[in-house]
Structure formats: C-alpha cells, structure tokens
Design a protein around this ligand. Structure first.
Ligand code: ATP
Length: 460
C-alpha cells in the first residue's frame, strides 16, 4: 500500500505532494527555508492551470474586465497605501529558544467558543489574555510581550543605501492596479463599472509555520479591483454578484464540494477602518476553517490615498454628465497557492486500496497517460508511441513504460490523470485500446481512430 493509514490527512497530502512532484520544500539540499516551497513538474502544471482558468473566467470571458501585469519592486506606493505603517502582525518570542510565533494564532485555541473573537482583539487585549491565562510557548517556555511585526520585505536599489533608495517587495498585487488606474482609463475604452485584475507574486514576512503552502513568504495573488460610481451603482448588489462569481468559480470551475465552503462576514471591529463590508470565503482545510478568498468594499480609500500622496488626480470623468469623482471599489482577492492547496485537499480520495486525486479534468496536470502493456515488447511500444505522439501536442499526455500496469495506474491516480490508455496484444489484432477511468477504475475498449473524439467528449 502506498499510503499509511496512521498519518493524518494533511501529512498524507504533504507526502504525496513531494512523492509525486507537486510541491517540494525549497532548497532542501541546504536545509530548506521555513514557509517556502517550490512547485515540481506536476505542481507547476496544476498551478498554471488554476491561474489560467482564473484569468479566463474573470478577465477574458467578461466584457467589463481588463488585466494588468505589474512590478514587484515598488517605491513610495507602500507608504501611501498604509502598508509601511500598518501592515503588521502581532508576535511573541519564546524567551528561551527565541522562536517567534503569531500571538493571535497562539491564543486562538484558548478562546472558548462563544467568547471574544480573536479577530476583534487588539494588541493590548492579546497581551493581557496571554498574561491572564499564563500561556506558554509550544516548547513550554515564557513568552515576551506582544510586539508588532511589519510584513513587508524591504530592500535597496542601486549602489547607495538610505531612505532615497529604499524599496519594498509588494505585499499585495492590488496596489499595482490603483497606481495604474489613470493609465488604464486613458489608454483603453473602459467605462464604469469595470474591473482590473492582476496576478503575480506577493511577498510577506510571515512567521507562522507548519501549514504547508497555506501561508508562505512568497505566494501568487490574483486580485481584482472592481470600480464603480457610488451614486449610480448599488454596492450591495455588486458585492452579492461578486460573491456569487467567486463561489461559482470554486464549486463549478474547480469542482470543490460545497459542504467544505462557508462565508464569514467580518465583524465591525475586525474590519479595516476604510472598509464598509468584508467577507471571507473559508475552506475547511484539515487544520480548520481558513480564509481562502476575501472580498471587501474598500470605498474610495486607496485611490484617495494615492491622490494625496502623488498629488496627481485619479478622478474619473463621466462622459455623459461631465461629473468628476473618485470611483469606489470592491476587491475580491485570492491566493492562487491557496486555491492549489484546496484542490489537493478536496480531490484527495482514498477508496478501498486505491488513492487518487479526483481533480477536475480541466485543471488536472495531465489529461491522459499512454502505456504499452509490456515495456519490453517492441510492437507494443511502437504502437503506443504512435498514439502518445499523436495526442501530446493537444492533450498534455504522459508516457510510462516502467514497472507493471498496476503501479503505472497508481502513479497516474496520485497525480489525478483522468484517463489511461493501454496498448496490449489485442490492439495489434483489432486496433482498439483499453481506456481506464480514474474515478471508477472501469475500463472500456476504444478504437484508436476514436481516441481523440472520446477524449474531446470527456474532457470538455
Ligand atoms: P490571512 O488572514 O490568511 O493572513 P489576509 O487576510 O492577510 O490573509 P489578504 O491580504 O486579504 O489576506 O490577501 C488575499 C488573499 O491572498 C488571501 O485570501 C489568501 O488567499 C492569500 N494570501 C494572503 N497571505 C498569504 C500567504 N502568506 N501565503 C499564501 N497566500 C496568502
């Protein structure tokens, strides 16, 4: 058996991810780096498929959306956006080992249900709670006072160090949208209401460890700013529409089970001061309900901040009335890597003595695998290679002629390949192959000249 019944689900997923080339600890030969991972050959495909399908659904298929691809290294932007001053997490240090922990995460499990929400507590309240409840570090040692820890990575450009050359790696992709807002209006035909999407790497100096790729130092964000005229649009309706689009993407496009999803509305205290309403779409990860995707009505806060800081007008002029105003925005923001982790968790299926990933075929890294029944029979190999080479340009096909057929099926099951084609001795007689379905493990004979048609019907 390839998996161990005694491991918990998350351990099994982490092991599978490494074993099959989805996710590796980064720089493992040098001892790795906490909260940092690389995506292997199969993982890179899954990640790319999720990213592309997001882009297709939210940018390419909609008339009211355009996309951007903006810089990682930014100057002044982060001061204006408030990130340099406020983008921080509370942390405590183990006074003996000097390991750092997110204070809010550490006390979460001590809060009895029905009592205060962690999201509503400020630094002082977290500090008092730790003292009153005599909370120790996970190693049993005393903890420092709660301090604030800025999440932005800062660096310098050019040869001279100092304030002038200080820059930041972006902590979110959204600010690249706001700083380009005017240029998009001036260079395209967009009209309110419209949205701008941006996908790319963001960087946060996260100290929480142990949740695999859920929270990493580098991650890929897919963010949208949907701009509208607050006088002519109903923000509550727009918010509802966006929530529906997000939910549809997760359940219908990515095929995630509805019972593992829930909406959580932020409380007044938890919500940022500029936000009028915020929801998290939470997924039930093996380590608990956690934010997958956030959506916030951010009013005109960001554009206003950048206007103040840059001295440039970021107003919109209504072409019919001539009215000049700052648009408001609704921001749906998701991490592509969190979507990736969710698809692994949700598709992970153990059935009798079988383990497979029930990935939606549209995002599965490989769509089809081709095998010769035996790896040492020239006629079988030749025939199978012909099928494989014919499919490869269009279907993301995988080839395997090692080991026995059972091992090959197991390997494809574990990376979620929906169909496996085997060329056997009957193929040489009647030109048909065995096609095996990942989810049912059922096999059927299909004529070689009908394989493409078969796949087209199944994979659409
Ligand atoms: P969290 O509360 O989990 O730290 P957040 O509320 O700070 O997240 P946002 O700033 O709203 O997150 O970012 C939008 C999305 O980006 C999140 O919903 C999540 O999917 C993703 N994200 C944020 N931080 C990370 C991270 N360190 N690693 C991976 N994904 C992240």
């Amino acid at each position: 058996m390839l998996y161990n019944k005694h491991m918990d689900k998350m351990e099994k997923i982490v092991a599978l991810a490494k074993r099959r080339g989805f996710v590796y600890p980064t720089s493992e030969i040098y001892g790795g780096l906490s909260n940092s991972y690389d995506y292997g050959p199969v993982g890179a495909e899954l990640l790319r498929n999720i990213r592309n399908i997001w882009w297709k659904e939210f940018i390419n298929s909609r008339e009211d959306m355009v996309g951007l691809d903006t810089q990682i290294i930014l100057p002044q932007t982060w001061v204006a956006s408030g990130h340099v001053g406020n983008f921080s997490d509370p942390f405590v240090e183990d006074l003996k080992t000097h390991k750092r922990y997110r204070a809010d995460h550490l006390i979460e499990k001590y809060l009895v249900s029905g009592s205060k929400l962690i999201e509503d507590m400020n630094m002082k309240e977290i500090n008092n709670f730790i003292k009153e409840n005599k909370i120790k570090s996970p190693d049993g040692n005393d903890l420092s006072e709660v301090k604030s820890f800025n999440l932005l990575f800062e660096t310098e450009i050019g040869a001279v160090t100092g304030e002038k050359s200080k820059v930041y790696l972006r902590g979110e992709t959204a600010q690249g949208i706001f700083t380009n807002f005017k240029q998009v209006i001036d260079s395209t035909r967009v009209k309110l209401p419209f949205g701008i999407g941006n996908i790319g790497r963001s960087f946060r100096n996260e100290i929480t460890t142990g949740q695999f790729i859920f929270r990493t130092l580098e991650f890929e964000q897919a963010e949208i700013e949907y701009f509208f005229d607050p006088e002519n649009s109903d923000w509550e309706k727009l918010m509802t529409n966006w929530k529906e689009s997000m939910f549809k993407f997760v359940t219908k496009t990515l095929g995630i089970k509805e019972e593992n999803l829930r909406w959580r509305r932020h409380t007044d205290k938890e919500r940022s001061h500029y936000s009028k309403d915020t929801y998290d779409l939470d997924y039930k990860f093996p380590f608990g309900w956690k934010e997958l995707w956030g959506i916030a009505y951010r009013t005109d806060y960001d554009l206003k901040q950048h206007m103040l800081s840059s001295g440039k007008s970021l107003e919109y002029i209504d072409s019919t009335s001539g009215r000049k105003f700052i648009p408001h925005v609704i921001e749906p923001a998701v991490g592509v890597n969190r979507l990736f982790l969710m698809t692994l968790v949700d598709s992970y299926t153990e059935e009798k003595d079988r383990l497979f990933l029930k990935l939606d075929p549209r995002i599965a890294p490989y769509k089809v695998a081709v095998f010769p029944l035996l790896g040492n029979k020239e006629e079988l190999i030749k025939k199978a290679r012909g099928i494989y080479e014919n499919l490869k340009p269009n279907y993301m096909a995988s080839w395997d002629d090692r080991g026995n057929i059972g091992k090959r099926y197991a390997a494809q099951d574990e990376i979620g390949t929906p169909y496996c084609i085997t060329v056997d001795f009957d193929t040489l007689k009647d030109n048909t192959v065995t096609v095996r379905d990942r989810d049912t493990a059922k096999q059927e004979r299909v004529s070689i000249d009908k394989i493409e048609e078969f796949l087209q019907n199944k994979l659409q």
